[in-house]
Design a protein around this ligand. Structure first.
Ligand SMILES: NC(=O)c1ccc[n+]([C@@H]2O[C@H](COP(=O)([O-])OP(=O)(O)OC[C@H]3O[C@@H](n4cnc5c(N)ncnc54)[C@H](OP(=O)(O)O)[C@@H]3O)[C@@H](O)[C@H]2O)c1
Length: 251
């Protein structure tokens, strides 16, 4: 009797594009993919962050290149893909937040967050998928806020609910080309983006009350989910969302 074999989690020979990979969750995603054998191209707006990250990857013996990019600039996305593409994996972690009550949201903040978190994510997926001639895996780092609401987070929630919706529609459209499209939805993770939230005692109490597991999430908690969705172990998984929320949305 031949036993079924667990599909490998290795990504050797594959090329991965990680916008937002210079720090925080994206850095963890890029490290997970590179440690599994992929060549990663890390993109972010800040040159210094990209350079430091790529140097750390290379020092660790990992295969990485870096490029400065604002994902809201679609012509710049085209130029990066022309130079560094095509890719087998897109893991998009580029994102921002400008939290405020819905009653006082400005059009400027609305457009800035939408432009990166939703419009940027949409066209990154469209443009990277265009080059995925042998199939591929698109992973959007969405959020638990793509499934629920949160205090002062109307715009942020709008972008992440949008990412959830477009992911399902793209999965339907590109499934026949063997391009899988999924999201990873973290709870609050300690990163530069969430420093102000964790520094606010009221918000910190809200987070600790809502997360069912007895601790705050770290970047490492997201890495396994990304690795799973990138490779063969998830070959029949598309159009869905992997919540890494410590049980936040369970009630
Ligand atoms: N931390 C959390 O608790 C949490 C929870 C759920 C979901 N998320 C999501 O996870 C993603 C990453 O969050 P994070 O906490 O890791 O944030 P972070 O620490 O602020 O890192 C954000 C990364 O995205 C890059 N970036 C931002 N705007 C960009 C743009 N326009 N073009 C290209 N790169 C850009 C940043 O580099 P530059 O500033 O140099 O461009 C950086 O590399 C976001 O989509 C966020 O919404 C975070």
């Amino acid at each position: 009797m031949t036993l079924p074999e667990t599909p490998s989690f290795r990504l050797d020979g594959l090329r991965a594009f990680v916008p937002g990979g210079s720090r925080g969750i994206g850095l963890g995603c890029a490290a997970a993919l590179a440690q599994a054998g992929a060549h990663v191209v890390i993109a972010a707006r800040g040159q210094a962050g990209v350079d430091q990250t790529v140097a750390a990857f290379r020092d660790a013996g990992l295969s990485a290149d870096g490029v400065t990019l604002d994902v809201a600039n679609l012509a710049a996305v085209d130029a990066v893909l022309a130079e560094h593409g095509p890719f087998d994996i897109l893991c998009n972690a580029a994102g921002i937040a400008r939290h405020a009550p819905a009653a006082s949201t400005t059009p400027e903040d609305f457009d800035a967050v939408m432009g990166i978190n939703l419009r940027g994510a949409y066209f990154l997926a469209q443009k990277v998928a265009a080059g995925m001639a042998r199939g591929g895996s698109i992973i959007q780092i969405s959020s638990q806020m793509g499934h629920v609401g949160g205090i002062d987070r109307a715009v942020y929630c709008a972008t992440k609910h949008g990412v959830e919706g477009m992911t399902k529609a793209m999965a339907i459209e590109w499934g026949p080309r063997n391009i899988r499209v999924n999201t990873v939805c973290p709870t609050f993770v300690r990163t530069p983006l969430t420093q102000a939230t964790f520094d606010n005692p009221e918000r910190r109490a809200w987070i600790e009350e809502k997360i069912k597991l007895p601790r705050i999430a770290e970047v490492e908690d997201i890495m396994g989910a990304v690795l799973f969705l990138a490779g063969r172990a998830s070959a029949m998984v598309t159009g869905t969302s992997l919540l890494v929320d410590g049980g936040w949305t369970a009630d």
